[in-house]
Design a protein around this ligand. Sequence first.
Ligand code: GLN
Ligand code: ZN
Length: 768
Amino acid sequence: MTVASNLGFPRIGARRELKSALEQFWAGTLDETGLQDVAATLRGKHWRKQASTPISHIPSGDFSLYDHVLDTACMLGAIPAGYGWSEGPVSLGTYFALARGEAGHAHGHGSGLPALEMTKWFDTNYHYLVPLLSAGQHFTLTVNRPLAQVKESMAAGLRTRPVLLGPVSFLLLSKTTDGSDPIDLLARLLPVYASILAELAVAGVPWVQMDEPALALDLTQKAQAAFALAYGTLARSPAPDILLASYFGGLGANLPTAMKLPVAGVHLDLVRGAADLPDVLAALPAETWLSLGLVDGRNVWRTDLRAALHTLQSVARARGARALMVAPSCSLLHVPMDLTQETKLAPELRGWLAFACQKLGEIATLARGLDEGAAAIAAELEASDAAVASRRASSAVHRAEVAARLAGMTPAQAARAPYPVRRVAQQARLNLPAFPTTTIGSFPQTGEVRKARAARARLEITEAQYEAGMKALIAEAVRWQEALGLDVLVHGEFERNDMVKYFGEQLSGFAFTQHGWVQSYGSRCVAPPIIWGDVFRPAPMTVHWAAYAQSLTERPMKGMLTGPVTLLQWSFVRNDVPRDVVCRQIALAIRDEVADLEAAGIPVIQVDEPAFREGLPLRQADWALYLAWAVACFRLATGVAGDGTAIHTHMCYSAFNDIMPAIADMDADAISIETTRSRMELLDAFAGTAAPYPAEIGPGVWDIHSPRVPSVAEMADLLGLARQRLQDWQIWVNPDCGLKTRAWGEVRPAMENLVAAAREMRRTLAHT
Ligand code: GLN
Ligand code: ZN
């Protein structure tokens, strides 16, 4: 019998129950028992839901109160000193201190404990906590988490398949305090994994899922050898059958290594790694189980069941023996939980979607179809065919005018005059001093601001009242910036709930869900928009506000837009056309906005691309292609601007070294970046003697993630460090990022200090 299998289920709950419970626990209004009760209830509900689908290999241990990598580190006793743990089970106090830091600690200042570093889980929008190890690291089994959860499911009358983060991926995702290679710790780590597996075997657990997503990365020889050592070692001690799960991409060059590992089964991501299938079929031993990840765990679209069944049947024929599992491509952690909650989506679009619960239904159907024949799932196949056909034929999805416009774009339309020419025109127009000052766009989103937007959404105030309220906020912000003596002003972004949503809501081709939450980190969830059709801009989106702001002042106003790559990257993207085509369509929509802002007399336009770097593919061989189209999209969006209009961009949380040529190729007139915490080290990439960045740069001098107000001297000091790396004419003075999360009580003094620091720099120029 084909096994219908799942690799992981969303944790947060259909109504974000876990989020509420965590926040109550942190606020002290729910005790530990209360929190654990909510968690256990969610696990039980989710297991029963999967069992009734029916899924026969239901994961356990995929649940987490905060993050599964942190859970793994805690289970292995990999806890840095100072967090209140010495041996045995890890308390919730220690756990959350590692996850979130402890009171008194504000980003490197003050007492208390810092949180572990957090970073993106492969190329998803989920963030994990980076285990912190050291060369002499001692590992010990604090508590057998998967075993505890298997027992919990057994008590509920259900059999589950425990999930563990595999030892090699665990180490590759870790950092050390001393610069030693975490992989060198493998021999110390394996005995702990062996104990976990032995205890599971004793408890009669037949299968365990070992997640090794690192197999989708470029691996060194050493890392490949680590796989052989790890699984060779584990195969020699008692253990359940191991299903080795790779996902987020093909195995690529790691395929021969993976195929030789002595495991009972291998899972493949066939959504992203379909090209591996022939090689896997040729190399995989006949008795090894093959888990086929045919249902997309990273996106919200319904599976083409007929195509998937066809693949399944051909694999079954090729392998003769069955030993097959059907599964999602990866854990369903990355998709929303249940489409049935969405009552407001257009019915047509809704018919094309599948969230976690629906995807499990597809998996069960496919398993049945393979075992009993296509006729047994005829109704499901028919419904799937109908969805595929209606999506393909939909005139709301495919708009000839969008395709025609894109096809008609020439390279010249994406190119501007050379930067030196533009600089002359912009200097003449803007007449800025040396070290010009500006902000990144947003001002504090106060209760008043949010209330005004909410009242409008609930139709409690008229459009005219909302308009007047926003204009009053803008006018106040402009007056304040003038009094402060800023050189380039902004309107403050008060009308924006979110930098993607604000634009998505006004663009054709985007849709929004009511409950489409996906975990970003800990209790934080995001509800990404769904890009489902050809994108275009029916009407201007920001011009009204920017033009109003400009009408209030003689000083240059900066128009603020979210860039095409960021809009793409932070959405669920349609899968019926290539990603780059979707991005180019968005770029054209933004291009229209740039043109209209320029026509409205806005002399500086900032196109934010904070997600530019995170779009980089997992494998380096794929980088060039991505960077080429990502850069092309930025240029398509901004290339319409005349010489005298300054195009700025902004990126934060970015490491630039490996993408510097692409950043320069974007051909912006200025880029602002986050440099305070690294004390300008990031600028080394921009100052590189081989190809120094050719245009202007605003290295942030205020860490806006902290409530602390930096002094004039601190900011002047940072500017001094910037001047060691850049030419004076290149330097803008600005905070690290937007100020929406800060309070005016912090923004006012900090910006006063920032302007004073810039003036101090100007005085030093006058003296030389
Ligand atoms: N313009 C945006 C702001 O100021 C930029 C936000 C970001 O970089 N994430 O809020
Ligand atoms: Zn930013």
